[in-house]
Design a protein around this ligand. Structure first.
Ligand SMILES: [Zn+2]
Length: 618
């Protein structure tokens, strides 16, 4: 490509239908846990980058109009290109940090005949003249009627750009000004930051995983996050025994997995202290040599009273670990300090934790993290503050020891089914049962095999939801068995609960029915293709409520099952058989809280490999 004359590229080969199940290794002996640290299945999401620029991101993808330059509708005139304030300097900061830059832009003016390919090339050349070179340009020349896989919110250009830049979507972050940008990034598994303009719709801003006031602020955030997971002073020697702590539920333990792998990469021995509700997840994590299961009454949502004898026994048990250091991982509303005191009493010489509260002499590293950082990165940044970094060959995504995952039940047939997990231990985040049943019906009628999962206490729920159309596995899956079922899934439909993170760890796409009680950018499925559904601006937003505080649970109950089907199609999961009958109309779905662009769900092109080629835009 001649310098300064970027030409639109429209080659796109989407990933295979859904995701193939991870390659299984032979069963390993318990004492081989450490060798299972690097999980083979994770390579699908995090292949070694060709030129690693950092732990989190290799590349930044940028929307053009409204993000880099002023939005002049259907602009074919280079004279009208006006960069937004501070954009040139911000882009140069990214370039200096070694990040590659790509542009992903919808230009339906080509399809509408409002300008020609030569005009577009001149406009893009002017953009590079003013803003410096970009390493890749992806342009969708289609309009809504084409049903292509490139027009945002379709994820095609995110896949194409990441591939052209020598990396994968999960190592990219996209910056854009409308909901379609956020949906496209999420559906490919990339990070996303919204830089709203005065015309960005409020519901699109509410649904964005992260919002910055403008591109320079977004760049500041990207570089801050990139640096936060890198130790300021890497260790010279391997650490001895490190006690890592993550109490609370399975999801909490799973999102701490990347940080535990970082610690394990530089320590001789890793001992995890977790609670009973997180134990099954801990058993699935790579990098752990020993697990101590013990409830901490200051963490648990329904705590037992503090028993002095129990605390004495816990302190003795912790002293037996003979740890050289301890890292206490917490959520932002939890305090590390009570356990830090016990660890001091147990004689642990060095203790690291996040604490806004003054820790006195309880902590050696008092780390602080802004609100809104994804939980896995929050934990990774604490590990980094303690001097532990992920090795170059590892990525920040969630992973499981696949050797600890049993084979899936034979009755499910081959891979490619859609799993619906309606329940949650937290009522405010569960999918209403009646809605879940309608989702099963809509998916089944569209030709998908549907599998319904739930815990031992959810058998009635799963039976109701599965009805005659879904396979009911209620009560038959512990976390490891659930992982086995998910490993063969084309996608998981689930609320904000532990199984979403299991799917993320397996690289299985997620339709996230996300009650906004906690921030999506912090707790949404991490670095896996995801479509967010539900009302992000509902009154329960940021309440951290465990029981829905609003009559009728409107953040999820008003959801249209047709939107779930559209999301499954956006994620590229094909149906197994032709629709049972004429399905519901899903031409325009309110994916991600009212995205303005249509989801081409009903088109024959959606959901299977499409290659458009040629640079003419016609
Ligand atoms: Zn297109």
């Amino acid at each position: 490509m001649p310098a300064g004359v970027p030409r639109p590229k429209m080659m796109f080969t989407p990933p295979g239908p859904g995701n193939p199940p991870p390659v299984r290794r032979d069963q390993e002996e318990p004492d081989q846990r450490r060798s299972a640290r690097v999980d083979p299945g994770g390579d699908r999401l995090f292949p070694p980058p060709t030129r690693p620029a950092g732990v989190l991101f290799d590349a930044v993808l940028l929307d053009r109009d409204g993000t880099l330059v002023e939005d002049v509708p259907y602009n074919g005139d280079p004279e009208k290109v006006r960069p937004l304030p501070g954009v040139r300097e911000a882009l140069d900061r990214l370039r200096a940090a070694g990040l590659r830059l790509g542009v992903v832009t919808n230009q339906s003016g080509l399809a509408r005949g409002l300008f020609g390919a030569a005009d577009l090339a001149r406009v893009n050349a002017r953009v590079e003249e003013l803003l410096g070179p970009f390493d890749d340009w992806q342009v969708c020349p289609h309009d809504d009627r084409a049903g292509c896989r490139c027009r945002k919110p379709e994820p095609g250009m995110v896949y194409a750009a990441s591939g052209a830049l020598g990396t994968v979507p999960a190592r990219c972050v996209l910056v854009g000004d409308i909901g379609a940008d956020m949906v496209a990034a999420g559906a490919a598994g990339a990070g996303a930051i919204m830089v709203p303009t005065p015309v960005t719709r409020p519901e699109e801003i509410a649904a964005a995983p992260h919002v910055a006031r403008d591109l320079p602020a977004a760049v500041e955030e990207i570089l801050r996050r990139q640096n936060a997971v890198r130790p300021a002073a890497p260790r010279r020697d391997r650490a001895g025994t490190v006690l890592v702590v993550r109490s609370d539920s399975a999801g909490d333990v799973l999102v701490t997995g990347p940080a535990i792998r970082a610690v394990a990469a530089g320590a001789h021995r890793v001992v995890l202290l977790c609670g009973p509700r997180g134990r099954a997840a801990a058993d699935l994590l790579p990098g752990i040599d020993e697990i101590i299961e013990w409830p901490l009454p200051w963490i648990d949502g329904n705590p037992e009273p503090v028993d002095p004898d129990d605390m004495r026994h816990l302190t003795e048990r912790l002293a037996q670990v003979d740890a050289d250091e301890a890292i206490i991982f917490t959520s932002y509303h939890q305090s590390a300090l009570p356990l830090a005191l016990l660890l001091r009493v147990a004689g642990v010489p060095r203790i690291h934790a996040i604490s806004d509260d003054y820790p006195g002499s309880l902590l050696d590293t008092r780390h602080r993290v802004p609100v809104g950082v994804p939980e896995p990165e929050r934990a990774l940044s604490l590990a980094a503050a303690a001097g532990h970094a992920l090795p170059d060959h590892d990525g920040p995504g969630l992973r499981l020891r696949t050797d600890a995952v049993p084979p899936p039940p034979a009755e499910l047939g081959g891979p490619g089914y859609v799993v619906l997990h309606p329940g949650s231990t937290v009522q405010a985040r569960a999918c209403p049962p009646e809605l879940a049943a309608r989702i099963v019906r809509v998916l089944a009628e569209a030709g998908h095999r549907v599998v319904v999962t739930g815990g031992p206490h959810e058998r009635e729920l799963t039976a109701l939801v599965a009805g005659d159309l879904g396979v009911d596995l209620g009560g038959r899956t512990g976390l490891a068995e659930l992982a086995a079922v998910l490993a063969g899934a084309g996608a998981l439909v689930v609320g904000n609960t532990g199984p979403a993170h299991v799917a993320a760890a397996l690289g299985v796409p997620v339709v996230s029915l996300f009650a906004p009680t906690v921030p999506y950018g912090q707790w949404g499925p991490y670095r896996v293709p995801t479509v967010r559904l539900g009302d992000a601006g509902a009154p329960c937003r940021d309440t951290r409520a465990t029981s829905c505080p609003v009559a009728g649970h409107p953040c999820l109950s008003r959801l249209d099952p047709a939107d779930v089907l559209a999301a499954v199609r956006l994620l590229g999961v094909p149906a197994d058989r032709p629709p049972a009958r004429t399905g519901p109309a899903v031409g325009v779905a309110a994916v991600a809280a009212g995205s303005s662009a249509a989801v081409a769900a009903g088109s024959p092109a959606a959901g299977r490999a499409v290659t458009t080629s040629g640079g003419s835009g016609r």
